[in-house]
Design a protein around this ligand. Structure first.
Ligand code: DX5
Ligand code: ZN
Length: 219
């Protein structure tokens, strides 16, 4: 079954605990925390303190999505408090080293790719990571439009993973809603991450239910 993670980027920060509890009650599988440094992406968002706080208030697994220039700087002060860490290949000169930093602290490494970054760039680390996070918008903001060319990218990545017999999961992040979900699931996505389609819907339980329903679609 396809898993659903909710990004709190579009949540109401004044009621963050309630916002997390609402998606927890709606039955999502994990919480996705977007960290931005104003260098790797043209925006700032949450810091280490938020990740620690979220861990305290929920039993759901947490995943931090590091959209920062220097992921290695943050991993040691973050990894003990989160279950999964996504780092961008574009910001990483020595990915095997970064993967080890995450693994040593018993967190799961996920490699993230910007939309235009080719799959070839991660060919040799595919069997070392828990997942590949395919960005389906340019990173930096929630509420952007899904980039349709990413369906083909997910399809190609799935073929490689299957051909080589890895158990690497494909995560997709950006513009995921009940309309785009069937397309990425059909192409091979295992895990959907969504923010504005959940938090801007008005009824969070209904939004999660609709996304889960849409993700059941299989060819
Ligand atoms: C974008 C973030 C995403 C974002 C998704 O840089 O990495 O996680 O919150 O938001 P939606 O689902 O609104 O595209
Ligand atoms: Zn994200």
């Amino acid at each position: 079954m396809v898993e659903i993670g909710v990004s709190i980027l579009s949540a109401n920060y004044g009621y963050l605990k309630d916002e997390v509890k609402k998606v927890e009650r709606a039955g999502v599988d994990f919480i996705h925390i977007d960290m931005m440094d104003g260098h790797f992406v043209p925006n700032l968002s949450m810091g280490i303190g938020i990740a620690k706080y979220i861990k305290e208030i929920t039993n759901l697994p947490t995943e931090v999505h590091l959209m920062v220039e220097n992921p290695n700087m943050f991993i040691p002060i973050l990894a003990d408090d989160v279950d999964m860490i996504s780092f961008h290949i574009e910001a990483c000169r020595f990915p095997f080293r970064t993967i080890n930093l995450i693994r040593e602290r018993e967190s799961k490494p996920i490699v993230a790719l910007n939309p235009s970054t080719p799959i070839d760039s991660i060919e040799y680390i595919l069997d070392e990571v828990y997942g590949v996070l395919v960005m389906t918008v340019e990173p930096g903001f929630s509420g952007q439009k899904f980039i349709p060319q990413m369906v083909r990218k997910i399809d190609s990545l799935k073929r490689i993973i299957n051909r080589e017999g890895h158990d690497t999961k494909i995560f997709v992040d950006g513009g995921i809603n009940p309309e785009t979900a069937p397309k990425v699931v059909e192409a091979g996505a295992d895990v959907l991450i969504s923010s504005s389609a959940i938090y801007n819907h008005g009824n969070i339980e209904e939004a999660v239910r609709r996304l889960r329903e849409a993700a059941k679609f299989k060819k």
